[in-house]
Write a protein that binds this ligand. Structure first.
Ligand SMILES: [Ca+2]
Ligand SMILES: [Ca+2]
Ligand SMILES: [Ca+2]
Ligand SMILES: [Ca+2]
Length: 329
């Protein structure tokens, strides 16, 4: 497994012309991953033999992962952070009923007590002639710590991390095998080949999410769980909030999926929600510390996953021509 580190917030330079997306990015950092100049045809292709007959929601549900969420129920030397473990619960950005993200740290406890911290994961599906790409973005209201003297310095309001699942399309366009996994682990991107992750019999990759900082890695690449964790499993019909009794761990909890493009993406120009490529927040160590899904890797991981992987691996027999719609641009 390779680990590549780079700033989430490097400046992007996207030049859009009609039908053509031209990406030309440079950085003054040595660790910049995406430094490319290429021209990608993103026109909707016609006459593709293997048309996709599935909806984005169906594709996202087909590959929806299992998340082992480590839970820390104690505040250690920091007060008012864990809130009996609920600071590690997965939920929606607008769990409290508004798109003001500057009150999300603050509303977490009342949200927990009133049953609003229902688990959701955001999906964004794209596909080319050869592969499906599903970005699963996971949100927590708090990124927190229990380390002495870092209580404020190493915590912030709002927290988004993610996993990108890439799967082949069979020649008839149907679901194929998972071939690659990328995960957001704070400012790093971790990458895994198919044989480096555990995939359950239903075709679901097992991920591990840290307590507190919520970085995501393959479960097979973690130390595993202690006894206090939540196993989040996709089940659209039965997404319910966890039991807040911190003695009731581990728990199995179902999550539901939300389409990124018709939820958070629509708030990208809402100054209460998004500033630049970050979620608006003010608790802990400074303001606006959590990236949006379109902020990672200059936005390329979300907006153009085929090109991201092509640049990273030089794969052949790997199309970068999308036949899905690409609303997030
Ligand atoms: Ca809010
Ligand atoms: Ca706040
Ligand atoms: Ca985090
Ligand atoms: Ca634990």
């Amino acid at each position: 497994m390779k680990i590549q580190v780079k700033s989430i917030f490097n400046k992007a330079c996207l030049l859009l012309s009609i039908g053509i997306l031209s990406i030309s990015c440079t950085s003054n950092t040595d660790d910049m991953l995406v430094e490319t100049s290429s021209s990608i045809d993103i026109k909707t292709a016609t006459n593709i033999e293997s048309k996709v007959s599935y909806s984005d929601a169906t594709i996202a549900a087909r590959y929806a992962p299992v998340f082992y969420q480590d839970v820390d129920t104690t505040d250690g030397w920091c007060s008012n952070q864990s809130k009996s473990g609920s600071a590690d619960w997965i939920t929606a950005v607008d769990y409290d009923g508004d798109w003001n993200t500057k009150n999300n740290w603050d509303n977490m406890v009342s949200g927990r007590d009133s049953g609003k911290l229902v688990p959701y994961v955001y999906y964004y599906v794209t596909y080319t002639e050869t592969h499906f790409f599903i970005l699963y973005s996971v949100y927590h209201p708090r990124d927190w710590t229990d380390v002495p003297f870092l209580c404020s310095l190493d915590s912030h309001e709002n927290d988004m991390e993610a996993a990108l699942v890439t799967a082949k399309r069979n020649t008839n366009g149907s679901y194929g095998a998972i071939i690659d996994i990328q995960t957001i682990f704070h400012t790093e991107v971790l990458d895994y080949a198919r044989n480096e992750v555990t995939i359950e019999s239903a075709g679901r990759v097992q991920f591990f999410i840290e307590a507190k900082g919520h970085g995501i890695r393959a479960f097979s690449d973690s130390k595993g769980t202690d006894s206090s964790y939540i196993k989040y499993y996709y089940n659209a019909a039965q997404a319910v909030t966890p039991d807040k009794d911190s003695n009731n761990l581990p728990q199995d909890v179902n999550y539901n999926l939300l389409p990124l493009e018709s939820t958070l993406w629509l708030q990208r120009n809402n100054p209460l929600t998004v500033t630049g490529k970050a979620l608006v927040g003010d608790n802990g160590d400074g303001s606006n510390k959590a990236s949006t899904p379109w902020g990672w890797e200059n936005g390329v991981l979300c907006k153009n996953p085929a090109q991201y992987l092509k640049d990273k691996y030089n794969w052949t027999s790997f199309s970068t021509d999308y036949i899905s719609d690409t609303p997030i641009q």
